[in-house]
Ligand binder design. Structure first.
Ligand SMILES: Cc1cc2nc3c(=O)[nH]c(=O)nc-3n(C[C@H](O)[C@H](O)[C@H](O)COP(=O)(O)O)c2cc1C
Length: 336
């Protein structure tokens, strides 16, 4: 008999542990339908960005302020109705359309660096049908006047604000760049996170030498990058037994999903593979997972989950510093 792929994430019952993570594809009904038909058990929408919302609020404020000086002409300033929809309005409409189109959970994503006014937006997303909120706390701590404690306090305040505002589960997507990641993960859970999504992939700007410009570059991931989430999920699983953990970055094959489950992830999320190959990547990954589980006589993904976590493995130091020395000494290539 085939292994049972059914999984649970953030209290949501899923047909499998493979989720389509936030990407531009997940804001179009057709591409979301295709990725769900291919087997994605849930879909995360691309983020509603704090900067976009704030910029739009400022722009609208300026436009209205300008209009008040020219009352007689003011009516001419009102654009057509579609233009009056804010970024948040459009996001809500997309969410409603996706919810109507697919019967898997749809997670809305907020991308914020500050506590701000997220309450209002999070509530609107839940009212529009979001099954859970993914809060992406992407920021670059470049201000030398702000300590690690200041930066962390702000992130925790953002989590607590969103958590207090909504009745659905809240997952927090984090970067690995904390001095004491396990401590911050605990604090995030204490602040109200029901799940952690590990890790945010940082896109580093490049320099265009011909024009001497800083240019954005989006490179898709490879399976090698999964090792960082694997390490931290292995470490966190026994520390946070009742918290949902999602692996993101570097999930490209069924074997990658099996590894993520083995260290204790509840789900593995996929973006790069789908962008590179199309929705068929999900079918391929699920078939690979099913094949591996069946070949190794697993009855279910639940049986595999956590079997290689920090607590379960025979050699927990393999996830810590001792492994660093061992890895360096294991190099067997040429030394010239
Ligand atoms: C083009 C592109 C757009 C993305 N947009 C978002 C986004 O809006 N919000 C978010 O949290 N992550 C976003 N991500 C990150 C992905 O959700 C995912 O975490 C990351 O790509 C690592 O997974 P992968 O190795 O499967 O690509 C984006 C990634 C790509 C490549």
């Amino acid at each position: 008999m085939s292994a049972d792929l059914r999984s649970r994430y953030l209290g949501l019952e899923l047909t499998s542990p493979v989720v389509a993570s936030a990407s531009p594809l997940n804001e179009h009904v057709d591409s979301v339908k295709a990725v769900v038909d291919a087997g994605a058990a849930a879909v995360v929408m691309p983020s509603l960005f704090e900067e976009e919302v704030v910029a739009e609020q400022l722009g609208l404020h300026d436009a209205l302020a300008a209009g008040t000086d020219h009352v007689s002409e003011a009516l001419d300033y009102f654009p057509d109705l579609p233009e009056l929809l804010t970024v948040a309005d459009r996001y809500v409409r997309t969410l409603e359309a996706l919810k109507a189109a697919v019967d898997v959970p749809v997670l809305a994503s907020l991308n914020a660096a500050h506590a701000g006014s997220w309450e209002r937006y999070a509530t609107r997303l839940v009212d529009a049908g979001a099954d859970a909120i993914e809060l992406n706390l992407y920021s670059v701590a470049a201000d030398p006047m702000r300590s690690a404690a200041d930066v962390e306090a702000e992130k925790l305040a953002a989590i607590a604000t969103v958590r207090a505002a909504v009745r659905v589960p809240v997952a927090v997507k984090l970067s690995p760049f904390f001095s004491s990641f396990a401590h911050f993960a605990h604090e995030a859970v204490d602040a109200g996170a029901d799940g952690l999504v590990l890790f945010n992939r940082f896109y580093q700007p490049d320099i265009e030498l011909d024009t001497m410009e800083v240019v954005p570059r989006v490179d898709l991931s490879s399976s090698v990058e999964l090792r960082l989430p694997l390490r931290w999920i292995a470490i966190l699983r026994p520390l946070l037994p009742s918290v949902s953990l999602a692996a993101t970055t570097g999930v490209h094959t069924g074997h990658d999903v099996a590894k993520a489950l083995a260290v204790g992830a509840d789900v593995a999320m996929v973006t790069s593979a789908i962008l590179r190959e199309g929705p068929g990547a999900v079918t391929r990954i699920l078939a690979g997972l099913q094949h591996w589980l069946d070949e190794h006589d697993y009855d279910s993904v639940g049986q595999l989950r956590g079997s290689m976590s920090y607590a379960a493995t025979d050699d927990p130091t393999a996830f810590e510093r001792a492994n660093y020395r061992r890895v360096l000494h294991s190099w067997s290539g040429p030394v010239t």
